[in-house]
Design a protein around this ligand. Structure first.
Ligand code: FES
Length: 446
């Protein structure tokens, strides 16, 4: 069964998908609106144009890239639905929900190497090259030349915090309560980071203790940061670090901001894992954080859901999905052998406790696997990057300060970006240490 809405739209608007009308909730992301209307195959892979669906719903994969109002390669999970928005699939050969290119698998069992296929055969080589050029790449140029980005405004603050998840919010509260001016930027429309990935009435163990209600915690963190005097800037993406160690931020729909801060805290969280098993790219294979986020927004990813892994996101999603009437089965990550389907999940092969392989009916696979830290911005800022079981992350000292000599200004990292497990209660304690060390670093500079 395709995904479905679990509640009526509160503020219905109409958008179009490939020219056909689709009802959407005003303000929800375009990707959420389309999934809620039963469309999972939103994007295509760049080489074979295979159907892809949203995997993360927070700007970390390519499963939601579409053409929006004539602009190619828009991450539709980050764009709010507005009345009349024109959304089109890109790189489709044939029909949107059908994978015509899969026919090549019958002829090329090991995939096509188009760099060598039939090259050297006069005549045919020319045809193959022209075909490869036609089907490779992503999207087509915009309908119109895009206007230049609005001019850069400059802001000066004591501390720039990147990420308004539980770690960033806790840091903002601790820093602002020490009388520092704090600007928090986050790419999502509302603050909370991964706390937004729990269904609204979920409770979860968020630091090793007893389960607590997630949404009240999120609201408390936001209120505390604001009450302490921090400024929260939503829909704001940090593009990079400029000369003079100023950081360039784009605020969606408003323009560019050059932020000059005396110190920085990176709390950028982590990327959802995409574990290695056959079929992990089929639309309907989705991270537990994204599936929980969909449920929060009133969309159930499937009626027969295979939940993979046992983390807090999987547990909270499974409970909420069952409440909505879904059939939920669970399996350990190591026991998934393969997911089957073309444009949607049809079934999965899993290993039983006795070591046998068995087919399980399912229309969605929800994965809660250890994520990998979003280390990229820290690397660009000059942090030393280490690698361990959690993936790449900035090397930080006991106090959360990035270990690297020669950085022009104090740089700290906190939360999942450092490779720590998702544990908001512990992030709050850690934020106090970071704030104390950051104040000491700034006073040492004066
Ligand atoms: S980037 Fe939009 S779903 Fe992953």
């Amino acid at each position: 069964m395709p995904p479905r809405r679990t509640r009526k739209l509160e503020q219905p608007i109409t958008i179009t998908l490939d020219g056909k009308s689709v009802e959407a909730e005003a303000g929800a992301s375009l990707a959420t609106a389309l999934v809620g209307a039963g469309h999972l195959a939103l994007a295509r892979s760049s080489k074979f144009h295979r159907p892809r669906g949203p995997h993360c719903l927070r700007g970390g994969c390519d499963g939601c890239l579409m053409r929006v109002d004539g602009v190619p390669n828009v991450m539709t999970c980050g764009v709010p639905a507005t009345q009349g928005a024109r959304v089109e699939r890109q790189n489709v050969v044939g029909v949107g929900d059908v994978d015509v290119m899969r026919a090549t698998d019958w002829f090329f069992k090991k995939g096509i190497n188009h760099h060598e296929l039939l090259t050297g055969v006069p005549g045919i080589q020319k045809v193959m090259i022209s075909f490869a050029r036609r089907v490779s790449g992503l999207g087509e140029l915009p309908d119109e030349t895009l206007p230049p980005r609005a001019s850069v405004e400059t802001r000066t603050v004591d501390v720039l915090v990147v990420g308004a998840g539980p770690a960033g919010l806790a840091a903002a509260r601790s820093l602002a309560s020490r009388k520092l001016s704090v600007l928090v930027v986050d790419e999502q429309p509302e603050p909370g980071g991964s706390l937004l990935s729990f269904p609204r009435d979920a409770t979860a163990p968020l630091g090793g203790g007893a389960p607590i209600a997630v949404e009240p915690l999120r609201r408390w963190l936001v209120d505390e940061a604001l009450a302490a005097g921090a400024e929260l800037l939503p829909r704001a993406v940090v593009w990079g670090v400029l000369e003079g160690f100023d950081w360039l931020v784009e605020i969606e729909g408003k323009g560019l901001l050059r932020v000059n801060a005396r110190a920085h805290v990176i709390a950028a969280g982590a990327h959802d894992a995409s574990p290695a098993f056959a079929g992990n790219e089929i639309p309907g294979v989705i991270s537990a954080r994204a599936a929980g986020r969909l449920l929060r927004d009133g969309v159930l990813i499937g009626e027969d859901v295979l939940v993979v892994g046992e983390g807090p996101f999987a547990t909270a999603f499974a409970a909420a999905a069952a409440k909505e009437g879904a059939r939920v089965s669970a399996v350990a990550l190591a026991d998934v052998v393969e997911v089957h389907g073309m444009s949607a999940v049809k079934e999965a092969t899993v290993r039983t406790p006795l070591g046998r392989e068995q087919k399980v009916d399912c229309d969605a696979v929800v994965i809660d696997a250890p994520p990998s830290p979003s280390f990229e911005l820290a690397a660009e800022a000059g942090a030393e990057i280490r690698h361990d079981d959690a993936g790449y992350s900035p090397r930080v000292g006991e106090d959360g300060r990035v270990v690297r000599s020669g950085l022009p200004r104090p740089l700290f990292a906190l939360g999942e970006v450092t490779g720590a497990a998702f544990a908001p209660e512990r992030f709050a304690e850690r934020a106090e240490q970071v704030a104390a060390a950051l104040v000491a670093a700034l006073s040492g500079e004066n």
